[in-house]
Design a protein around this ligand. Structure first.
Ligand SMILES: *[C@@H]1O[C@H](CO)[C@@H](O)[C@H](O)[C@H]1NC(C)=O
Length: 182
């Protein structure tokens, strides 16, 4: 359970392999490649961090570990996530179809996987964000709904799966986890 976040990278690699990476996933064109790289370097400490923080604060910590999350922690995390989503819309997407431009790339794949983390914890991040929703629909249409759903099944089914999870398995890590988030 602890390795939920790394699993999203596995999903990305799975997709990349599945499509045998034609040029558009990671374009040879230097300017376009720079856009992909720019996004990939930004996302670790921004949407990835903020998205998985929501995942832990909304789901793992209260529901699995049984520890109450202080309201100001939750509000702060929601604000950080909001800021990251604003940046994705205003800086990375602007009026383009995808992050690089007219074509999908690895940046979009990584982005959708991370954005689905808080969705998996029951937070509808697409609500009130028509630009982000339209982009999500384009990504989904491109890779195909079936594959999209398959790739996200793990994260979307996590609330269901949690019911069978034995919380004592987390006891050992509890102090560390709490130190990380509180
Ligand atoms: C999210 O960010 C937008 C733009 O800065 C702001 O108008 C909105 O109030 C923020 N929402 C939350 C929940 O923080």
């Amino acid at each position: 359970m602890i390795n939920l976040c790394p699993s999203s990278i596995a999903i990305m690699l799975y997709l990349a392999e599945k499509f045998q990476t034609p040029d558009f996933w990671y374009p040879a064109d230097l300017q376009q490649r720079a856009r992909v790289n720019e996004y990939l370097s930004w996302q670790h400490t921004a949407i990835r961090m903020n998205g998985s923080k929501i995942f832990w604060l909304r789901l793992m910590i209260p529901k699995i570990m049984g520890v109450e999350v202080p309201k100001e922690k939750m509000d702060g995390a929601l604000e950080d996530l909001n800021n990251s989503l604003n940046l994705i819309e205003e800086k990375y997407l602007q009026d383009r179809a995808f992050i690089v431009g007219e074509q999908i790339s690895l940046a979009d794949l990584v982005a959708i996987v991370e954005i689905m983390q808080p969705v998996g914890a029951g937070l509808d991040v697409f609500n009130g964000r028509p630009k982000l929703s339209a982009w999500r629909d384009r990504v989904q249409a491109f890779i195909g709904k079936e594959l999209f759903d398959e790739a996200h099944q793990a994260i979307l089914g996590v609330q269901e799966n949690m019911k069978q999870f034995d919380p004592s398995k987390l006891e050992l890590f509890k102090p560390k986890i709490l130190r990380l988030f509180f």
